[in-house]
Design a protein around this ligand. Sequence first.
Ligand code: PLP
Length: 400
Amino acid sequence: TTLLSRHVRTAELSPIAVASQQAARLQAQGRSIVVLTAGEPDFDTPLPIQQAAIEALARGETRYTATPGTLALRQAIARAYARDAGLTYAPDELIVSNGGKQIIYQAFKATLDEDDEVILPAPWWPTFPDSVRICGGTPVAIPTRAEDGFRITPAQLEQAIGPRTKWLLLNSPANPTGTVYPQNELQALAQVLRRHPHVLILWDEMYEQIWFTPSRPTHWLQAAPDLKERTLLVNGVSKTFAMTGWRIGWGAGPAPLVKALIAVQSQVSSGPNAFSQAAAQAALDGVAADFVLQARQAYAERARFITTALQAVPGLQPFPPQGAFFAWVGCAGWLGARTPDGRELTNDQDVSQWLLEHGVAVVHGAPYGLSPYFRLSFAASLEALEEAARRIAQAGAALT
Ligand code: PLP
């Protein structure tokens, strides 16, 4: 027998954490490293949101809350969906958790039997396949292509669906590519799904407020309102309001499904942090609406800068992001090249190592399910990004 269960044995430790730790080790040795690994806003949580938490503490909101989250927060989430997307959700169709990550886990835990399949467009956020595996399911990859904007096509979806398919997971704006599904493509995917009523849809909209398209992207349920009864929305305050450490995310879906997620949560963690919920409520009610706009503009400017800068580096192909805060950079042009001391770059991990030697920490594409690429987070100051672009260009120029 081995220590680890079969399900956990096949899951991998977060490659992002590994890359960040490696960068931190080099920094501790005194090396200058521009760290662009983490998917975390570089902004502080806006003060009015902090203030709401302080006031909640002063009111004594320091106890267990209802397992699915406070009624007040679930009502604020419902108001936000009605206001921003014209969607109606009742409190028993909402569950608040310790981040959207826990919602995803609980959704799989509550629904997957051994060998049930979850369709994942690749590249993916590595938590998706590993969460599926930990819950005993099987991830089924649909590799996307740069010429399709790293989005799956209806034909690919039709091919991937089988009798064991439980979920299709869509993430838009996407981590790691920054791609955004336009309305007509969502409608075309919905057409396929209507033919397969046994498939649930997990719509991860964690980056929904961070978009650089001419107008706000179409919501999945605006494109396919009739699929609401088999859709679980996953969202949270981490990215929109720079609240990663507060650990508040939520799921919105049909009441029987949400009830099952609550049952899992009641044995895993109970309700999330009481005063974080008060802060999230204030955030959703708009105490920092100006911040959301300013952050979106800042990310858009950085997206333009880093895309232009990396397009100018021979051998690199950055995908122009339409949302989120990542540059997804093709590096096929660097494979086969040699470093001055004669090492050949054979895959995207070699490329990310070479960049690290030049003082830029990124995450290589393989753990995201598509190679050869690397992901660079531009949730960093323009100065840091300028320095990173300079170093990446130097790393490229040193290759022969
Ligand atoms: N979904 C995606 C695509 C993400 O990138 C993240 C965070 O990195 C999450 C969900 C979960 O965020 P949190 O658990 O902080 O709510």
